[in-house]
Design a protein around this ligand. Structure first.
Ligand SMILES: CC(C)(COP(=O)(O)OP(=O)(O)OC[C@H]1O[C@@H](n2cnc3c(N)ncnc32)[C@H](O)[C@@H]1OP(=O)(O)O)[C@@H](O)C(=O)NCCC(=O)NCCS
Length: 161
């Protein structure tokens, strides 16, 4: 049975990748498309863990490449829920390069809107999000503001603006 509410920690995800030659673009940096696949997968797993349902990516915003990454770099991707609606969930994904001494340097940040789907591919209700820390409350209020902007942007797109 799906619980009524879950914490942010219940669905957190962290993955690690070692950059190999097949991950590079022509300029010998990590190819952006590969990173986008990795972070979309992380967002999907976070949303799936929270909703316990199939999920799809409705939109991605604020996808910002802050720094490049190179062969043999260790890339750490962390995803967590920041906001939850009725059937949609906002997942914040941060990507870091981890140095051999363990220091992490953020290279990318993105916000994914994921929607939970039932067996007929229709949006289905998700558990509420239990906010425990000040940071989680702050992330929620930023998430609400982003949702307001996103809804307006979607309306403009549908209106062909
Ligand atoms: C995302 C999708 C399931 C929404 O379906 P829909 O029939 O428009 O459903 P609704 O209008 O009821 O919206 C469902 C929820 O998604 C949110 N949503 C829909 N489109 C959105 C968008 N572009 N950006 C952000 N949120 C969106 C709605 O705000 C709503 O949230 P809420 O229930 O928490 O209030 C549908 O548009 C879809 O299947 N898109 C394609 C997704 C896909 O294939 N992704 C992979 C790309 S390779």
């Amino acid at each position: 049975m799906t619980p009524e509410a879950k914490t942010v920690d219940d669905s957190r995800v962290e993955t690690v990748h070692l950059i190999r030659p097949t991950h590079l673009n022509g300029a010998d940096r990590l190819f952006g498309g590969i990173l986008m696949q990795w972070i979309d997968e992380v967002a999907g797993i976070v949303a799936k863990r929270h909703s316990m349902a199939n999920v799809t990516t409705a939109s991605v915003d604020n996808l910002t490449f802050l720094h490049g990454a190179y062969q043999n770099d260790m890339v750490v991707i962390k995803g967590k829920l920041t906001w939850v609606g009725s059937t949609s969930m906002e997942v914040c994904v941060d990507t870091y390069v981890e140095s051999p001494s363990g220091e992490r340097h953020r290279i990318n940040n993105a916000h994914f809107m994921m929607v939970a789907l039932d067996e007929n591919d229709k949006p289905v209700k998700v558990p509420k999000l239990i906010l425990r820390t000040e940071d989680e409350h702050l992330a929620w209020s930023h998430g609400e503001e982003r949702r307001r902007i996103r809804i307006q942007r979607l309306k403009d797109k549908l209106d062909g603006i």
